[in-house]
Design a protein around this ligand. Structure first.
Ligand SMILES: Cc1ncc(COP(=O)(O)O)c(C=O)c1O
Length: 370
């Protein structure tokens, strides 16, 4: 398998831990172990009593039960726990795809969603979206792209880097097209739960479609990326078995302390989500005020869910140079859109962190001096 460098990860690798102000992160403010423990009075006892042996390949039964309860029609044995969402993308693609398969992938999107099928020898068709169409996925484009060898359709909803969320009819149309041909529909739902208006929350794809697969994680909506706990919800038993067979060659099983902390967090998932959504709403309000004060300097499609938005500064032709300048002069770390799409002239802004207000102030000084 010839994997090309992961542009987003390489970009952050050399900047994330040295930049003074992170303003583009896609995860919510991280919780400390003490903060989690404060939610569950018996948390410390549970952690101290934990045995540090191998755990179940599919994930601890208590954790799987908690995860399954986030869905309408998913049983605990239809969940496979992974080391973050990234491992789950890798095992799904390896379990589901063969060289020569045709795969249709939402674009722009998190790089592994298209890169792993490509590296596996699949023919990848990018399903394009554009700011001018409010980043909508067009089911008519999908219909035209489907061919006799189409094995999987891959979408990301709520979406990074745009904060797009489909309408229910759009999602239904995508599911119907997949169902007509029995095509796998892989839905990266790592930002699910962060809809700003709860009435906009759509059913998970795994609940809508028997060949639907939903990807979830503790990193984004829950602010617990360091646990490295993600999962696949798969109702097709044969596919789930093959996913676990691939996992035998990656991590075998997850870390016991992480599984324990993830279980505790999911027992209190409503408290965690409501803190995180509150923070995003406040940061978005500050950002709208920032844009209102500079009405000609940026273009964006306001996000409807998740932690991020794609924002285009006016008159900038080299977005990577722009991000370097902002970082050099202010210590504010943006993410150039080129890590998602080489032709992009946007930056990703992240609204999930407490330091957003400070970062915005310094970014504003840069913008106003330029
Ligand atoms: C859309 C999407 N999918 C998957 C991942 C991977 O998540 P994790 O870092 O928790 O493995 C990310 C992380 O940024 C993401 O944005």
């Amino acid at each position: 398998m010839q994997l090309r460098p992961f542009r987003l990860e390489r970009y952050y690798d050399v900047r994330e831990f040295t930049a003074r102000y992170m303003m583009s992160a896609s995860d919510c403010e991280t919780w400390t172990v003490a903060e989690l423990a404060a939610l569950a009075p018996n948390a410390a006892d549970r952690l101290l009593a934990l045995s540090l042996g191998y755990t179940h390949t599919a994930g601890h039964p208590d954790l799987r039960a908690r995860i399954a309860s986030l869905y309408a029609h998913v049983q605990p044995d239809e969940i496979t726990v992974h080391a973050g969402a990234q491992e789950a993308v890798f095992t799904f693609m390896n379990a589901a795809l063969e060289p020569g398969d045709h795969v249709i992938v939402h674009h722009p999107a998190y790089q592994s969603l298209a890169e792993i099928p490509r590296a596996l020898g699949c023919n990848v068709t990018l399903w394009p979206t554009a700011a001018a169409e409010r980043w909508e996925l067009d089911p008519d484009v999908l219909r035209d792209a489907i061919g006799p060898r189409t094995r999987a359709i891959v979408i990301n909803t709520p979406h990074s880097p745009t904060g797009w969320l489909p309408s229910a009819p759009t999602l239904d149309a995508i599911v119907s097209l997949a169902r007509e041909r029995g095509i796998l529909l892989f839905s990266d739902e790592v930002y699910r739960g962060l809809e700003y208006d709860e009435r906009d929350r759509l059913p998970a794809v795994v609940d809508l479609y028997e060949h639907g697969v939903s990807l979830g994680v503790m990193s984004k909506a829950y602010g617990l990326a360091g646990l490295r706990i993600g999962w696949l919800a798969v109702r097709d038993g044969d596919l789930a078995r093959r996913v676990r067979q691939v996992k035998d060659y990656t991590t075998i099983c997850s870390s016991a302390p992480s599984e324990c902390l993830a279980t505790i967090a999911l027992e209190h998932h409503r408290d965690i989500l409501s803190r995180n959504i509150g923070l995003i709403r406040d940061n978005l309000a500050a950002f709208r005020a920032f844009l209102d004060a500079r009405p000609t300097q940026f273009a964006w499609v306001p996000p409807r869910a998740g932690t991020v938005a794609f924002v285009e500064p006016a008159g900038v032709t080299d977005i990577e140079r722009y991000c370097d300048l902002v970082l050099d002069r202010t210590g504010v770390l943006l993410l150039p859109g080129t890590v998602f799409d080489e032709t992009s002239s946007a930056v990703r802004i992240g609204f999930g962190r407490r330091s957003f207000g400070d970062a915005l102030e310094h970014f504003g000084e840069f913008v106003d001096q330029a």
